[in-house]
Structures are given as structure tokens and as C-alpha cells.
Design a protein around this ligand. Sequence first.
Ligand code: SIN
Length: 554
Amino acid sequence: MKNQFDYLVVGSGIAGLTFALKAAKTGTVAIVTKKDKLETNTNYAQGGIACVLAQDDSFDLHIKDTLESGDGLCHPEVVDLVVKTGPERVRELVKLGVAFNLETGANAFDLGREGGHSRNRILHAQDMTGRAVEKVLMAAAESEPNIAIFENHLVLDLIIQHQSMRAGAVDLYQQDTCRGAYVLDIAAGQIHTFVANAVLLCTGGAGKVYLYTSNPDVATGDGLAIAYRAGAKLANLEFVQFHPTCLYHPAAKNFLISEAVRGEGARLIDKRGRAFMEKYHPLKDLAFRDIVARAIDAEMKTSGDDCVFLDITHRDRHFLMKRFPNIYEKCLSLGIDITKDPIPVVPAAHYMCGGILTNCSARTTIDNLYAIGECACTGLHGANRLASNSLLEAMVFSHAAVVECAERLESWRNRVLPEVPDYSRKIAVENSSNSEMVMIAHNWDFIRRLMWNYVGIVRTDKRLALALTHILQIKMELKEHMPNIPLSSDLVELQGLALVAELIIRCAVQRKESRGLHFNVDHPEKGGSDWLKDTVVIKSAAEEFLSLPAVQND
Ligand code: SIN
């Protein structure tokens, strides 16, 4: 089956929905999402949206905090764009109906504080900001006639048209253009062709590449993998942000204790009740995230304890229940009353600061292919994202992409292009019984443990080298066996996960210094000005790739 749209949006979080809602004013939009349409990273974002709104705040201060957090690698023009146009994007959200918390009895927003921010500037809807935003955007998208939403549809690969101008044996000019994507309809077990004038990758993060993560199961880095395979440039994948405080409990899967809890005065303590952050940074519990995560890692390694604790018991019970209803309820359901008990926490993979390289219009290095949100590397975050800057970035870049696409739409529609071949066949789906499914489960687990142990918060040259050897071995195994395994979403995700893991390791190996989120004990200092550049990876012509099982036409 062939579907034709002006825009193909992959992912239904804040980036995809914001783009789709605006783009639908000019053209037709398909949103494809691999699970339920609300199962997105956005939906789980607790903290909020950083935005300059307070009297005592200024663009300069927000810019300064972002640059400081990014540790020399932010692109200043991008920081400027996001910080200065952010308030306009936030007003659009409020107009759509997102109800951010207001100060008691006042008409002003209740602005929270998170690590690295010098002012209170975090807009929030209690401790479920992402959910509040997602709900409003999704309702608007569902009532928009120009938007079609395809749930349980997983993108396998982009459709790329290659054009080159050659003089003799030399490529003078090469322009790759994205024409759409091949998409697996998971329930029907069929591959559909989506042809589009522009493709927007809004696929979120890759937290599942690590054993412990705050991310939901969908965060398998699919967008990064398909963009890389298509030939796009990716950058800065060594900068994986570990959130310092994920709930440590055997029954708690991926549950975050928002940094906003520290913003309201919570202190990190060890098992013996001793606060330890003053040893590590003058900002103590509200230091930048990389510093807090490394401090916890060091405390746990020194003491041998399984976790540290977050203590907010000094705050009023009613205040806590009102400000953090989600965290309060979740912890209580596990026997932890946050108004009386310190909360057991550990760091976990949270946010990918690198991603698919884009310009200020969200365009990647492949024409007509855009990347927005966590899967993109715009230059905003540098070596360490400032807390709550990401939803803001997604809105600003969705808007920028819409502006550019609207300008190009007419010429796109007038092009005469060759037909895109259609692929379609009945294929085995997830629940098919297959003896090799054990290989999928084993390698999923192996990669996540490997990344946690060898490519985690603190790295060494030796562990990185070992990790690369292991991951290449897994890729060889997959390459050999994949053609015999029925196509399923688990298999496709595993293929992507292995590739993303490899790219993270390759970036980490290249950066022989410690900066921001990348800390290598063999190179513990920040390098000189030579290191003030992005780590860029691109598929080389000689590189051999894993291929999906051969797809045959019916
Ligand atoms: C949090 O609530 O701590 C997460 C906020 C963020 O990652 O920006």
C-alpha cells in the first residue's frame, strides 16, 4: 500500500505534534507512531519547560545558564534563538489550553527551580507537565482534518534518492533527498510505503540502550539509527545525560523523582543520613546534573551502598501532596511516604544530548529530512543539557521547521519525481513462535548491561575499547542470523539499539578529554580549544551494514 502526504511525521511527542498542528494549516500530515499515540517520552516528562517569564529573570541569565551547563559546546546562535523565542511558543501552548500551575492567589505562573538555573523559571503542571502538554496537543491533532495518525506503525528505513554530479571518476556534488519511509504496520504484519515531501523525525531518545533509565520502553533510538543508515550526520552521542534521581525500588520501573523536588529543598543524603553534595559543588544539591550524578556514583562506589536518598521530609505534608501528586502516589504505592521517609534513588540514563545534526530550521544533512526534539542535535545542549530546556527546544524547532517547509511546499508539489517502489508482504509479527527469539532477548539484555557497565557515568579507555569489541561482535551475530528471523518490532529495535550503542561508543572513544557529561578517568581534564567542536559521525562508503531480512514483493 502506498500513502502520499505532504509531511510524514515520525513520533507523536511534543515535537511531532507541535509540527503537525502547524503544518496541517498548509498541507496533509501523517503521524506514524510505533505504539499507542500517547506512549511518548513527552508524556513522562515531570519537570517542565524552562522559560524566561519572571520579573527577576532575563534572556541573558537563561542564556548564561544554558551555556555554562553546555560546558563550551553549545552553539550560541541556537541558544539565543531558543531562549528568546521560547516565551512566544509557550504562549501558544497556553492558548491551546495547557494549564500550567499559577502562584496561589495570583495570576502569575508558579515557576519552579531545577539544577543549574540561577532563577526560578520552570513552568510546570504539578509534577506531570509532559502529560498535560501531550493531552492538549493530541486532542487538537485529533480534531484536525488534515492530520492522520497511524498507531503501531514502526519506521524501518527512510527512502532516499541519491543524486550526484560527476566529472570523470570524481563526485563533484552529492545531494541525497528523503522521499518518505517504509513503515511496518505491526498489527497487520505489512510494510507500507509512505511518500512525503518532507519527513520529520521526532522519535525521542535512546535511554533503553542502558540497563537503568528513566525513559519508557519506546525510547530505543530508532530515529538515530534510521537517519544514520540513510547517510545523515549525527553528532555528540557521547553526551548521555544521567538523571541523578530515579526511584530505587525493585517494583519501580523507570520512575523519575523530578529535579523539581530538589528545587523545593530536598537534600541528597547517604544511608547514614549525611548530606554529601557540599563536598562536590558550591551549588550543592542544585549543581548541574552531570556533577550531581557523578557525586552519587562516587558516594555509592565508596560506600558500597546500592543507592542514596533524597530527603524532603522537612517540607509541609500538604504542600508536597499538592506539588508532587504523581511522585507522592507512586512512592506511597511502594510503601514510601515521601512526607516522612527519605526516597531511595540512583542515577539512570535520561536524555541524549547528541543526535541527528540539524541547522536552525531543524533540517538534517539530507534534503527534505528534518529532526526535532531529543533525536536531534541542534547545538542547544552542548556537552550537558540544562534541565527543562528540551521541551522548549522541541517547540522552537518545530516552529522553525514549519516556517521553512511552508516556504518550500509549493516547489515540492511542482516537482516531477520518479516513482518510489512499493513494498508489501505478509510477514511474521512479534508473537510468532521462533526458536531464535532467544537471541533477540539475550542481545537486548547484553547491550544494555554492557552500556551501563562500560559506557556509563564514568568511563575509561579500556572499558570503551572492550565495549566496542563486544558490540561489533553482536552486530556480526545479528547480521548472520537476522535474515532467518521473522521481522518484528523487537528485532528492528534491537538492530537500532546495537547501532546506537556502537555510535555512542565511537563518539566516546573519539573524545579524549572530560567535558560535560563525558567523563573519562584516563583523560580527566578538559582539553584545549581543539576539543571545542562537535563529535560528528557519518556512515562511510566502505561501512558494512546490517540489513533487514530481504523483503519480497507479493
Ligand atoms: C526532571 O523533572 O527532573 C526532569 C526534567 C528534565 O529532564 O528536563
